[in-house]
Design a protein around this ligand. Structure first.
Ligand code: AGP
Length: 609
């Protein structure tokens, strides 16, 4: 997701745009730019890097003028660079566009513009086609030209457009990406989100889907898709800027936990065609390539490593390929068996974790094929890989990874299924069943999130524990490790994850009266054994929180409380079973008064060894 902002009035547009963009950096921050109507022309300043890079340039390359648009980018098409930064312009440079979203048919339009109009594109972005389309239809009426252009566009977009020949207007459009209008005295604004405008106004119009907006300094007109003028009640904002960045959530972490249905949907659905075939545009692994592979490593750190553990389970289950998983900091120093028959899968939210990057470089030096699963477009890990799977979770601000993790799981399932289909190790019926269950994940995750208050009450009762055990069997152990990391890194509780079958080999000596044990039991074929493990620890005084599939109510006879997840096939349960663990960790940390978004001693991206 990106941030857009626009201004028309009597103030210096540049300062309003930079101020607005500074409140939208949580939406994206790999590059930023503005376009201002100044001295008879539209002038663009745009640079790779955080907003302050643009702001520094503007101190020398000043733009004066009272109409402008601005953008802070989270790259989806085209890596972060000056030329891929927004705004984008037509060839003549007299129409400028900013855009948040994805134009799904941009390649078809781009090919037409190149072949039919001989356009030479300046960027790799989907957005640039909008500027050329508006130009193509422009005959002296910007609003009409934009309306014609959007008729050709498919996908999600919130756009802002200015034009040299009509410097007294901004035209904006909303389709599936957020857009608001700020109302002032002799000035008006557009933005992706309320925080951008709170310094100037708390009177907003919330623009609805498929609406087009015409702004002048003295008025705002809203049109529906039929061109009919729409009335709109003024929305009076009652919260402050900082709360608004979190869209009303107390912390970025809980906001990002609740963004998971959308992240899973974005990551999954744009990689399935109408026949449910997987389309991995960033992965060129062929059948021959896979047949040449005799070893697969998944290497990562922290939460990404835990996603790799589930990835191993999925690849071995579906593609019948043996996989080794390693933490990056160990992989490099154990002289791993790597050659040109090795597939090295790096998982990294930031794409900048030095341990992971160093391990990748070591594997590459030894001839391995490098596939990475990354959330940040154009990051170092992505750039140094042969194939990249972007998770499209959007910027993850909280140090504790949540939405990146579940989208990494989706990535690993899709990669495993892609391998299975390529190798022919999965019957079509079995494949279709898995895909149809995957497509239900967003709504099933949402169902768990909707029931968060039960978990909040549990956390309020249990937050004083100084040690917590997570246990499970099969793939539940991998999720137990992720739950344990979540809890320890934001609540500072000494938590621990263990394969439940290992309890009797030592760890059970630590179980005392009141010890909090979180027991995952989502695997049907291991359910009875988990019930026995729960009885073992309860007999020694543990307080047991069970995590089970809806319908498995027998657990209520043994656990003290059961957190249910919607029914799901065993293989896909990690996508759901991690959600209660994220919520438990979050609410315990809140109850302990911890700095949830910025835990002590931790950084969002560990770019040191
Ligand atoms: C996860 O909650 C932690 N913040 C940390 O373990 C993180 O997953 C790890 O540092 C890897 O980061 P990356 O995914 O950006 O490579």
């Amino acid at each position: 997701m990106c941030g857009i902002v626009g201004y028309i009035g009597d103030k210096e547009a540049t300062s309003v745009l930079i101020e607005g963009l500074s409140k939208l950096e949580y939406r994206g921050y790999d590059s930023a730019g503005i376009a201002v109507y100044d001295n008879g022309g539209v002038h663009v300043r745009k640079y790779k890097g955080r907003l302050n890079v643009l702001a520094e340039h503007l101190k020398q390359e000043t733009l004066t003028g009272v109409v402008g648009i601005g953008h802070t980018r989270w790259a989806t098409h085209g890596e972060p660079s000056d030329r891929n930064a927004h705004p984008h312009t037509n060839v003549a440079g007299n129409i400028a566009v900013i855009h948040n979203g994805i134009i799904e048919n941009y390649m078809k339009i781009k090919e037409w513009l190149i072949e039919e109009k001989g356009i030479e594109f300046k960027s790799e972005t989907d957005t640039e086609i909008i500027a050329h389309l508006v130009d193509h239809y422009y005959e002296g009426d910007l609003l009409a030209a934009v309306n014609k252009a959007i008729e050709k566009m498919e996908g999600a977009y919130a756009i802002g457009v200015i034009c040299k020949d009509e410097p007294d207007k901004i035209v904006a459009v909303r389709k599936d990406s957020p857009l608001i209008v700020g109302l002032g005295e002799g000035e008006n604004f557009i933005a992706s989100d309320i925080p951008a405008l709170l310094k100037y106004t708390k009177q907003m119009y919330l623009i609805e889907n498929d609406e087009v907006v015409l702004l002048t300094k003295d008025g705002v007109t809203i049109f529906n898709e039929l061109g009919q003028q729409m009335d709109r009640e003024i929305f009076h904002v009652t919260w402050d800027a900082e709360a608004a960045e979190k869209e009303g959530y107390e912390h970025f972490m809980i906001k990002e936990i609740h963004e998971q249905p959308k992240g899973i949907q974005e990551t999954l659905l744009r990689r399935l065609d109408k026949d449910n075939n997987i389309v991995l545009d960033g992965i060129k692994l062929t059948k021959e390539d896979l047949e040449n592979i005799n070893k697969v490593y998944i290497v990562a750190c922290g939460t990404a490593y835990h996603a790799g553990l589930v990835g191993r389970f999925a690849i071995e289950k579906f593609a019948k390929i043996p996989v080794e998983v390693d933490v990056a900091s160990e992989f490099r120093y154990r002289d791993p068996f790597v050659d040109d028959k090795t597939l090295f899968i790096a998982i990294s939210q930031s794409g900048e974790t030095l341990d992971t990057l160093a391990a990748l470089r070591e594997a590459k030096r030894k001839g391995a094929r490098i596939l990475s699963v990354v959330n940040v477009v154009g990051s170092s890990v992505a750039r140094e890989s042969d194939d990249v799977f972007y998770t499209w979770a959007g910027p993850e601000i909280a140090v504790a990874s949540t939405k990146a993790y579940t989208t990494q799981l989706i990535a690993m399932y899709l990669i495993a299924l892609h391998m299975a289909n390529t190798k022919g190790t999965l019957e079509r019926e079995g494949y279709e069943n898995i895909i149809s269950d995957l497509k239900l994940m967003p709504e099933k995750v949402q169902k768990i999130l909707d029931d968060y208050t039960k978990i909040q009450h549990l956390a309020d009762a249990q937050f004083n524990n100084e040690s917590v055990f997570f246990m499970g069997r099969g793939v539940d152990v991998n999720v137990a490790h992720e739950g344990s990391l979540k809890l320890k890194e934001i609540s500072y509780i000494n938590s621990f994850a263990i394969a439940a079958g290992e309890l009797k080999h030592g760890t059970i000596a630590l179980i005392d009266d009141g010890t909090l044990v979180i027991a995952l039991a989502t695997q049907d074929r291991l359910y009875e054994k988990m019930l026995s493990n729960i009885q073992e620890v309860r007999a020694r005084g543990a307080y047991v929180v069970g995590v089970a599939k809806e319908g498995n109510t027998e657990m209520e006879k043994t656990a003290d409380i059961v957190l249910y997840i919607p029914d799901v096939m065993d293989e896909l349960s990690p996508i759901l079973s991690v959600i209660p663990l994220q919520l438990v960790s979050y609410y315990i940390a809140v109850a302990r008064g911890c700095d949830v978004d910025k835990p002590k001693n931790l950084a969002k991206s560990v770019t040191v060894e």
